[in-house]
Ligand binder design. Structure first.
Ligand code: ZN
Length: 318
């Protein structure tokens, strides 16, 4: 968190679009180092998981004890029933088929404002405003990733919405999603195909949303560029939002100091920490040639558009 005096009445929201294992968490924490920005993790999980399961904040405290959520939740939840909030979210931005829904809506003129969708939009807007007040931040960074959610955010009137589509090489993303344990056995054929389809569909929907909101409200950042030169990319992001850049070096002696992040389901995993910013490219040596071919072939048109797959798959390892 970076306090910056009183928060404005209409805070900016920077919504990160991307995939699981696509680098949105490290991106969000890095962006949260910019002056006036605060990273709140995957906000959409507050209702779906955090409150429903009695989880703790990323700082390690319960919501009642956390300095941020103890101020925010009474403002936005009040006497509203949990089941109602979850129903609104399910109507507006369901986890399943979110990309398809977002793609369809992004191509239609109407947003399909049912009462449930309007209630969810009001809930999101009041949460962002309360977060800005509690943290004294000008920009709330939300790494919820979901295109359907982002579409709701794009229509909020009480905040100024901005979007970053964070893209990571599909081979690295799919490998990382499937091989979290470091197991090097080849994928089951369904895993490679499913992971590739997930990457493709999510980014097609994100691109549709970017076209809808336009270049003044959206930009593309690659995970690889961010890790290679965080100072430059953070400067570009600050400029994109009309905010001042970092005055200090973000990487000092190979380490980045990250502030505590009050993420809804962090359960203490987001305390202040000093980390080495390392490009996770295990897939280059660990992904089998056959799996690499599957992912490259299925994601090729869009992956090429983002600058990936310039080398034939056989040149990058096995
Ligand atoms: Zn906290």
């Amino acid at each position: 968190m970076t306090p910056s005096g009183s928060s404005p009445a209409r805070p900016k929201v920077l919504y990160l679009l991307g995939t699981q294992r696509g680098g949105t968490t490290i991106a969000g924490r890095l962006i949260g180092q910019l002056p006036g920005f605060v990273f709140v993790g995957e906000l959409r999980k507050l209702w779906q998981v955090g409150l429903a399961e009695g989880r703790n904040c990323g700082c390690g405290k319960s919501y009642e004890a956390c300095e941020v959520w103890s101020a925010v939740l009474p403002e936005v939840v009040g006497a509203t029933e949990m089941a109602a909030m979850q129903r609104w979210q399910e109507a507006a931005a369901p986890d399943r088929r979110s990309s398809l829904r977002a793609w369809r809506l992004a191509h239609s003129s109407a947003m399909g404002h049912s009462p449930a969708v309007r209630s969810y939009a009001d809930l999101l807007a009041s949460t962002y405003v309360a977060l800005a007040e509690a943290t004294e931040a000008r920009v709330i960074v939300d790494s919820s990733k979901l295109p359907a959610d982002a579409l709701v955010v794009s229509g909020l009137e009480n905040v100024e919405p901005f979007f970053i589509e964070l893209v990571r090489d599909p081979r690295g993303t799919v490998y990382s999603a499937i091989r979290r344990s470091g197991d090097r056995a080849p994928f089951h054929p369904r895993q490679g195909v499913g992971g590739s389809a997930g990457w493709l569909v999510r980014h097609i929907a994100a691109a549709a949303l970017r076209r809808r909101v336009g270049p003044d409200r959206s930009m593309v950042v690659t995970y690889e560029d961010l890790v290679a030169d965080p100072q430059r990319i953070l400067g570009e992001i600050a400029a994109f939002l009309g905010e001042p850049a970092l005055e200090r070096r973000v990487v000092v002696e190979g380490k980045v100091d990250l502030d505590v992040a009050h993420t809804p389901i962090g359960d203490g995993r987001f305390g202040p920490v000093s980390v080495s910013l390392v490009h996770d490219d295990r897939w280059v040596t660990a992904l089998s040639r056959a799996d690499r071919m599957v992912v490259s072939t299925l994601t090729r048109p869009l992956a090429r558009h983002y600058g990936y797959l310039r080398l034939p798959p056989a040149n990058t390892g096995a």
